[in-house]
Ligand binder design. Sequence first.
Ligand code: HEC
Length: 179
Amino acid sequence: MMSAFPKSKSSGLFWLIGLVVVLILCSVLIHPFGPGKRESSPEPLMEGISIDARRHGIIGRSCQNCHSEKTQWPWYSYIARVSWMIESDVSRARSHLNFSRWEGYPTERRLAFLDEISVMISARSTPPWRYLLMHREAKLSNTDIEQVSQWARAERYRLRSTATSSIGRSWSYDSSGVL
Ligand code: HEC
């Protein structure tokens, strides 16, 4: 008795093929967390942000897969139910913060994000640990965290000063009496 299926070889094969077909159908047809895989953006990451190449690299390596529309979907992200877990993470991450839509956020929101980025990475709350199990390259070193936090502070400062100067401009325009 070599067969793993006690009844007969052919009924075992029948069930196996059935299982594979169901798995494929589930993977292709069912996406409880929305059409995340179809949303892919050719735009550069973080349009409108001022950042140097090294820090841009850190965010590309550690954050972009979830917090942007430049996700690289590994082969196992196409197989239910793993695919649903991954799609759920990506859809939640994008709904919180999407670097592909950075320019579309109001200034106040961008300022808050820059603050949250430092808080979240310093507490190692994100990237989530289960993601790091499969993506060791995304793990942030202490130097990475320090450098990104420093950059986030500087970018907040830059953003705030450009925002106030443009508020100043529109105010003086209004008060000039023209129009
Ligand atoms: C595996 C996907 C994944 C990766 C990679 C990832 N995050 Fe997240 N992140 C999430 C999810 C999911 C949330 C939503 C909070 C939650 O439900 O835990 C989140 C929340 C956040 C928040 C809070 C946003 C808010 O509005 O409260 C910030 C900021 C953040 N992440 C920044 C980053 C940064 C910076 C990196 C890279 C260093 C990163 N994340 C990498 C999945 C990810």
